[in-house]
Design a protein around this ligand. Structure first.
Ligand code: C6P
Length: 413
């Protein structure tokens, strides 16, 4: 059975808003998703009834908050089929998760002569940390080519990878084209060369069933705010044996078990906390974790297979309608919607992407415009920028019809 976006919409208060006198059509889901009542209420309930710091005090509220925060890790572990909460570190988002690996694993393991492979379709957050850490450690970042439609060139990956490669960093789904990469294939290629694989799951985990264990990835980074949860909470999944070997990224409270001052040596010896707390220094985003737990439960109830199918259906329909509606519209990326996941980058002849986004905004239709933090991919596709429509569970065919109707009006400009 397919999902019913109209029933889902009833859970999202913001979708009742009007923008510039028109019903809101929110097509900027790749940037961040809207939040259902259930998530908002879980956060309010936390602050109204359970708020305290976690893992610090013996009092009732601290016990309740700690239990909720640990339950959140359990829920997320189940959501991506991690082997346990030891493999799910809560961070601020995808960006922080990737930085954690770059600084913690990279600082210890990369050296002069080593290579880090990233693809040209990466978001800046899967490029910049690798350039920074390579600048410090003397390793080199090498870029895997993409084809003219933005698809990963697997032959280029196989040509570039070598015994010097220590880690392959790749997005599961491009935030510009929506292209879905064959992660199992990339993982096998990386592992054949004894390299690790880090997957940027920012645009996949919210939109399709993900089994991190089955994908056989070493690290998987994703953000809560793109999957119905609040901002400021995200996840680094890592294989337990790897996380165990790694040193913490940040030091402070929560991430240590003991800090013993040796009076003779006049220094402290430190014992790290167990996983995942070893990587969660300081007071964590507890209410964010509670919100993420509720978001994962919500998505599980909807069914991730149905989420994926709904977005595939909307994407195919929207691409067809956009092509029919006016000649001046160009859709970038692959022609075949089945290669994609819920994201359509496009342009209108004679208009900048910001002009297109502002024009649509006048009609209450919200899309993103610009580089989408992926400048190398835009340059490779010879685009100065793009407008981008991106869908989620509450979007409807009617909204797509309205979107294409309004796009047609750009012909009059
Ligand atoms: N992309 C977009 O509009 P953070 O900001 O840490 O939650 O996520 C960063 C990030 C990493 N990888 C990919 C593939 C992403 O799409 C994003 C976020 C948003 O496309 C904001 S730039």
């Amino acid at each position: 059975m397919t999902l019913d976006p109209y029933k889902i919409r009833e859970d999202f208060p913001i979708l009742k808003r009007r923008i510039n006198g028109n019903p809101l059509i929110y097509f900027d889901n790749a940037a961040t998703s809207q939040k259902p009542r259930q998530v908002i209420e879980a956060i309010v309930d936390f602050y109204e009834n359970h708020n305290a710091n976690v893992h610090r005090a013996v009092h009732t509220l601290s016990q309740e908050a700690s239990e909720l925060y640990e339950d959140a890790h359990e829920e997320v572990a189940k959501f991506i089929n991690a082997k346990g909460i030891e493999e799910t570190v809560f961070v601020r988002g995808t960006t922080e998760a990737i930085n954690l690996v770059a600084y913690s694993w990279g600082r210890r393991n990369l050296k002069r002569g080593d290579e880090v492979l990233v693809s040209l379709m990466e978001h800046h957050s899967n490029i910049v940390p690798w350039e920074i850490i390579s600048g410090i450690r003397g390793s080199k970042v090498k870029y895997v080519e993409v084809d003219d439609d933005g698809a990963l060139n697997y032959n280029a990956l196989e040509d570039l990878i070598s015994s010097k490669t220590r880690i392959v960093c790749i997005s599961h789904v491009s935030n510009v084209t929506g292209i879905v990469n064959d992660i199992k294939r990339v993982a096998k290629t990386a592992h054949d060369y004894d390299a690790l694989i880090l997957v940027d799951g920012a645009q996949s985990v919210p939109h399709m069933p993900i089994d991190a264990s089955d994908l056989d990835v070493d690290f998987l980074a994703f953000s809560g705010h793109k999957m119905l949860a609040p901002t400021g909470i995200g996840v680094l999944y890592g294989k337990r044996e790897l996380l165990e070997q790694m040193e913490p990224f940040q030091g402070g409270g929560e991430m240590i078990r003991e800090v013993n001052f040796d009076r003779k040596a006049k220094s402290c010896s430190i014992v790290w906390n167990s996983l995942p707390w070893k990587f969660e220094a300081g007071t964590p985003h507890i209410s964010g974790g509670v919100g993420l737990m509720e978001a994962a439960r919500y998505l599980k109830r909807v069914g991730m297979d149905r989420v994926k199918k709904h977005e595939e259906m909307l994407t195919g329909y929207a691409m067809r309608r956009m092509r029919e509606c006016c000649k001046s519209i160009r859709i970038f990326g692959p022609e075949d919607p089945s290669a994609k996941c819920g994201i359509i980058p496009f342009g209108v002849e004679g208009l900048s992407s910001h002009d297109v986004a502002l024009f649509l905004d006048n009609y209450g239709i919200l899309v993103r415009s610009g580089y989408h933090c992926a400048q190398p991919l835009h340059e490779r596709l010879q685009l100065s920028s793009s407008a981008r429509a991106s869908f989620y569970i509450y979007n409807t065919l009617e909204e797509v019809d309205r979107f294409t109707e309004v796009l047609k009006e750009t012909e009059q400009l």
